[in-house]
Design a protein around this ligand. Sequence first.
Ligand SMILES: Cc1cc2nc3c(=O)[nH]c(=O)nc-3n(C[C@H](O)[C@H](O)[C@H](O)COP(=O)(O)O)c2cc1C
Length: 292
Amino acid sequence: MAKEIMDFRYLLNKQLTSVLHALPEDFNVLAMALESTNSGVVITDNRLDDNPIIFCNHAFENMTGYPREEIIGKNCRFLQGNDQAQQPLTLISDSIAKGVPITVELRNYHRNGTLFWNELSIAPVRNSEGKVTHFIGIQNDITQKKTMETELMEQIDILSNRLAKQEIYIKNVEEVLFGIMESARECLVILDKNLHVVKANPNFYELFQLSPEDVLDKKFTAIISVYDNETTLSKMFNDALNKALPFNDFRLNLSKDQCDEARVSANKIGLVGIKDDYLLVKIRCNYINKIA
Ligand SMILES: Cc1cc2nc3c(=O)[nH]c(=O)nc-3n(C[C@H](O)[C@H](O)[C@H](O)COP(=O)(O)O)c2cc1C
């Protein structure tokens, strides 16, 4: 390669004079801009065999570690080393063949063999007849961004694995808990932090003549028609939940169509790995007056 061909000023002069002859001063500005940008810039000549590089700026030399004299005359694929089974390369070939712009992310290799991620944008340059004579390539080293992306993906993987395990654990705990509730002889109800019913056992439904639709997601004190001590009961439930103050056999007057008097006990149930606390409520009725 002749020495003067490696000189970008000479090169740009030679190829762009026709376009820029009216603006010789601006041309220098353009040439300086290409040299001062942090992005790699290459120009390839599509009229020559294998579309070789005919110009590169300093940033491209810095990014790749290759000096200009080892770059000019080569096809840009030399940066891929043996890593040529990359899917974006097919996209590049297609867009070069069609003469359309493209942006891809590629694995490239420095002169010393270390990998770097190259965000590459390629744009065609057409002559007055519409024929693609050159391509301009802009390269940015995005290795840091890619490393962070990879680390983030690894973290997401770890977290979703943990979450999946936790979901299985919660399901198991739920099954055990619900199994115990089903077989218990007392009326048992689980309340959430708003004192709404999350689960009730068959004994509860049977004794109070209620169906799941009447009960689930409803406020407990509204369901069992507490007469005079609803406020006290709500306060005791809240204390049991928030202040870890369980209570036993609190006497409750109920409406006559349910049972005359009930004894209510409540315990907070906090489960490892489950954020919310729940309240396990046990009800014993002294007299049941079932609706026919
Ligand atoms: C202007 C221009 C710049 C390019 N820059 C790079 C580059 O920085 N790194 C790279 O791996 N490939 C680059 N390529 C792509 C390769 O030159 C080549 O087109 C690609 O490897 C697909 O063709 P192939 O399958 O014949 O190798 C560039 C292509 C053009 C036209």
